[in-house]
Design a protein around this ligand. Structure first.
Ligand SMILES: NC(=O)c1ccc[n+]([C@@H]2O[C@H](COP(=O)([O-])OP(=O)(O)OC[C@H]3O[C@@H](n4cnc5c(N)ncnc54)[C@H](OP(=O)(O)O)[C@@H]3O)[C@@H](O)[C@H]2O)c1
Length: 452
């Protein structure tokens, strides 16, 4: 075993950074948008702090952009900017390529090209790591370079290095959290101000907390990429974000958040993965979270990741999941680790090199309590009928209430909290009830998270 590890080290993916004495550590930057600019600014502001810690000056040698004439948030020498990727990737003086351009392509090709010529890579790109992490890590291993991606999950919140280094002695059975600040802001405003999802989204866009095209955030794709990376780190399983169980927040109504509050819950977009009986279940979904739990208190644009470990117990990592300065903090930590040759013991590395370590199950087959909001015909025994029909499909309920619907004397709203059941069974029951006319409309179905 030790021989194997020594061989892996000799093969070099943890090879310390080597440079001529007296030379600066040169960074080739791919992208100078929000994050790239934040990184340049932070490196500039932290020169005095970083130089003694790294052992030499850290400087940005070249920066790839699309448009040389675009105004930048921080003044850099014109000669630093280029639109030719080879100026960065083939520059023998560039030691570390920092990829902060985003998107899947051509970022992937540039990362692979950098690895191919023996450069270390630091990236903030969740899409590329989630979808191509296995290949990237295998190639990095082959070429004896490091690829680091702390900034790709939860921005400024350190989670990748803690999972791989500080918690390396632990068995982790579950990891869950809020990894998308935009949706957390929207849900917080819906809860606090009684806004509908669209109204809260428009406010988030006005304040710069949401992109002009927010589809990836509200649809849960962004969170799924981050969860995919966490799953690989914790369980050695690469689950493609696009194949993951994923439900965004766009189907949530103000009424769902009102119901949650009345029942003692907050609503959060959860990214959750757990291992049960050797099978890994992962998914992104709006969840009812018990009001008193730590994760329910995480409001606004903040992120939080909760980890269940056997030795260290439950841990909560929380803070700013995006923004130029928090993301620069994570990028610089990775840059310093690479410069100092600091190694991470990576399950992801093992997963990348030796294949999947665990089976993957369908989230719909993992039992949980569920919240159901339904519209049914207003007739005698409506609650009893809904509960009986759910029970016919093996879904028992612990609570049910009905409410008159404004502007309708023929329909009522029924809210049900189920006992533990598979989502698949709940969905089967609801579609049978709709077919039989017992349910006119399914307002929403949300998973209820266990209190921790
Ligand atoms: N924003 C955050 O708070 C945050 C937090 C954590 C992680 N991230 C991740 O960090 C990455 C960058 O995000 P960002 O918000 O900084 O993006 P951004 O503001 O859109 O900046 C992208 C930069 O990359 C350049 N670029 C894009 N495609 C290019 C191409 N094909 N060739 C050359 N240059 C190209 C752009 O050049 P021009 O300026 O000339 O257009 C721009 O400078 C993404 O992967 C994102 O998911 C972002």
């Amino acid at each position: 075993m030790l021989a194997e590890r020594v061989a892996a080290d000799e093969a070099g993916y943890t090879r310390p950074f080597v440079r001529d004495p007296g030379r600066a550590l040169n960074i080739g930057l791919l992208g100078m948008g929000v994050v790239g600019t934040g990184l340049i600014q932070a490196l500039h502001a932290k020169t005095a702090l970083l130089q003694p810690r790294v052992g030499c000056p850290v400087r940005v040698k070249s920066v790839l952009v699309r448009d040389l004439d675009k105004p930048r948030g921080f003044q850099v020498a014109r000669g630093l900017l280029t639109t030719r990727p080879e100026d960065v990737l083939n520059d023998p003086e560039v030691d570390i390529v920092v990829e902060v351009m985003g998107g899947e392509h051509p970022a992937l090709e540039y990362i692979l090209a950098a690895i191919e010529v023996g450069k270390h890579v630091v990236t903030a790109n969740k899409e590329v790591v989630a979808r191509h992490g296995r290949e990237i890590l295998a190639r990095a291993h082959h070429h004896g370079v490091q690829v680091r991606f702390e900034a790709s999950v939860a921005g400024g919140v350190p989670i990748v290095a803690p999972l791989l280094r500080d918690l390396a002695a632990n068995e982790i059975t579950s990891i869950r959290g809020i990894v998308n600040g935009t949706t957390n802001y929207i849900l917080s405003r819906m809860a606090q101000q009684g806004l509908e999802c669209g109204e809260a989204l428009a406010e988030a866009q006005r304040l710069g907390y949401a992109e002009a095209d927010p589809a990836k955030d509200v649809g849960g794709m962004d969170a799924a990429c981050k969860l995919s990376i966490l799953c690989a780190l914790v369980f050695g399983v690469w689950t493609k974000d696009l194949e993951m169980h994923r439900q965004g927040i766009n189907g949530l109504a103000r009424r769902d958040l009102e119901c949650a509050r009345e029942l003692g819950y907050a609503v959060k977009l959860m990214a959750s993965a757990k291992k049960v009986g050797g099978v890994v279940y992962s998914g992104v979904y709006p969840a009812f979270v018990p009001e008193g739990s730590a994760i329910a208190q995480v409001d606004g644009v903040l992120n939080a990741v909760e980890v269940e470990t056997d030795l260290a117990g439950p841990l909560l990592f929380t803070g700013q999941g995006a923004g130029p300065s928090p993301t620069a903090s994570a990028l610089i930590a990775d840059i310093m680790d690479v410069a100092l040759g600091t190694k991470l013991s990576t399950k992801a590395m093992r997963g990348a090199l030796h294949g999947e370590a665990a089976k993957v199950g369908r989230m719909a087959d993992l039992e949980a309590e569920h919240y159901l909001r339904l519209v049914v015909a207003d007739r005698p025994q409506r609650l009893t009928e809904v509960r009986r029909r759910l029970s016919d499909h093996g879904v028992e309920s612990s609570f049910a209430m009905f409410r008159e619907l404004p502007q309708s004397d023929s329909k009522v709203e029924v809210v049900v909290m189920t006992r533990r059941a598979k989502l698949a069974s709940v969905q089967q029951a609801l579609s049978a009830m709709q077919k039989a006319g017992a349910v006119l409309e399914v307002g929403n179905v949300c998973r209820v998270e266990e209190a921790r």
